[in-house]
Design a protein around this ligand. Structure first.
Ligand SMILES: [Fe+2]
Length: 397
């Protein structure tokens, strides 16, 4: 039996149990799930926990994270591979950029940093149906990381990006999770969130980095963890031991949700996730390999870089073309031309005074120029004509 089969079987079991528990409850107009019998212990949280999945984690470690090669993607992934990626919320893509090229990027980057020493620099990177074109990637200028051996200052505890309390508070954001809150069959089937539609966060490695060398850690079970996180505020421990849980519809407590911050998670706020055992480091990757993870996938960064060489990445997420995203890259293009930080990372003079800063002339391929909004997008057929025309109007009038 493969790792994927084990995970799927256990996922299906937990999902079925959760929906059975749900059927004992009644849906109210507010969209929340209410137990009709006050004080009833609801099994949903216990049944939806990854306890059984933890066994697979222990046995297989990083193998639970799907891994495909770039040529696999070009050939087309199988439905089983796609399903595994969707449910886990993370994927390693090997060989996305030739190793030598990725290492050349790092050399040139270090030269640029040396020529423009600042405390906390931000750099530009070369990126690369009708309402959204997933086959037309656009740029989202993000950050980079070069972590030196022994570093323990760059650390991020388990969290999910894109705000915290807003998931429940904001009507539009809450709608993303309507199937979970309404008790529908699908636990998760919605786009990510950001000021652009950024479906998957991602980075491209510039170094050989293994477990324990300051790499990314993920909780590779997106659907199940999201259901648990969204329902967590509506439950509380029913006794001092904390073993049993019951519905709590009176408290205004949202564990780990701090306005203006990402959603934080730990063993105390979200005990059933057993983060101490389930957070999994990305297995060794080479320069040019990429990792993508859904924006709602719980992730963190290893506290200590215990390796011998730098652990370096470019943050390059997967962002499709939509009209709203086109308006973002229009504003991003203006800032890029002036060397200012991208709109989602506002403040400061950015790279405007830096020597050797990249300009539009440095982007030589049409695909790269389109991704940055310097050339019109091309229609791929009648079905996305309207989208492409609308995006081009936003960008070029
Ligand atoms: Fe994050």
């Amino acid at each position: 039996m493969t790792v994927s089969t084990i995970i799927h079987a256990r996922y299906a079991l937990s999902t079925r149990s959760l929906s059975q528990a749900r059927s004992q409850r009644r849906r109210h107009n507010c969209g929340c799930v209410h137990d009709t019998r006050p004080g009833t212990k609801v099994a949903a949280l216990q049944l939806a926990t990854p306890v059984s999945i933890v066994q697979a984690w222990k046995q297989y470690g990083g193998e639970v994270i799907p891994r495909v090669s770039f040529t696999d993607i070009e050939r087309g992934l199988s439905n089983a591979q796609k399903d595994h990626i969707k449910k886990s919320g993370v994927v390693v893509v090997t060989g996305a950029v030739p190793k030598e090229e990725a290492l050349r990027w790092k050399v040139s980057l270090k030269e640029y940093i040396t020529a423009n020493p600042v405390k906390a620099p931000q750099f530009w990177h070369d990126p690369s149906n009708k309402r959204v074109s997933f086959s037309t990637p656009i740029s989202y200028l993000d950050r980079l990381r070069i972590r030196t051996p022994g570093d323990s200052s760059f650390t991020l505890d388990p969290h999910i990006d894109g705000g915290s309390i807003e998931r429940w508070e904001d009507p539009t954001f809450r709608r993303v999770f309507r199937r979970i809150l309404a008790g529908g069959r699908d636990l998760y089937n919605a786009p990510g969130q950001c000021s652009v539609l950024r479906c998957w966060q991602g980075w491209t490695s510039l170094s050989t980095t293994g477990v324990g060398e300051g790499t990314l850690r993920v909780l590779p079970m997106l659907s199940l963890a999201t259901a648990y996180i969204m329902l967590r505020p509506f439950f509380r421990p029913s006794g001092p031991s904390g073993g049993e849980w019951e519905l709590d519809l009176e408290s205004s407590l949202f564990p780990g949700s701090i306005p203006g911050k990402g959603q934080e998670l730990n063993e105390e706020t979200h005990p059933h996730l057993k983060l101490g055992e389930t957070m999994t480091s990305i297995p060794e990757i080479q320069p040019g390999d990429q990792v993508y993870w859904h924006c709602d996938t719980v992730h963190s960064v290893e506290k200590l870089h215990g390796g011998q060489k730098d652990s370096s990445v470019f943050y390059i997420p997967a962002v499709p073309l939509t009209v709203k995203n086109a308006s973002y890259i229009r504003d991003q293009r203006i800032n890029f031309v002036h060397g200012l930080p991208a709109p989602d990372f506002p403040g400061g003079s950015g790279e405007s005074t830096f020597a050797g800063r990249a300009t539009a002339q440095d982007v030589t391929t049409s695909q790269g120029r389109r991704a940055l909004g310097f050339e019109p997008f091309l229609s791929e057929g009648i079905e996305n004509n309207e989208l492409v025309n609308a995006a081009n109007r936003v960008l070029f009038g």
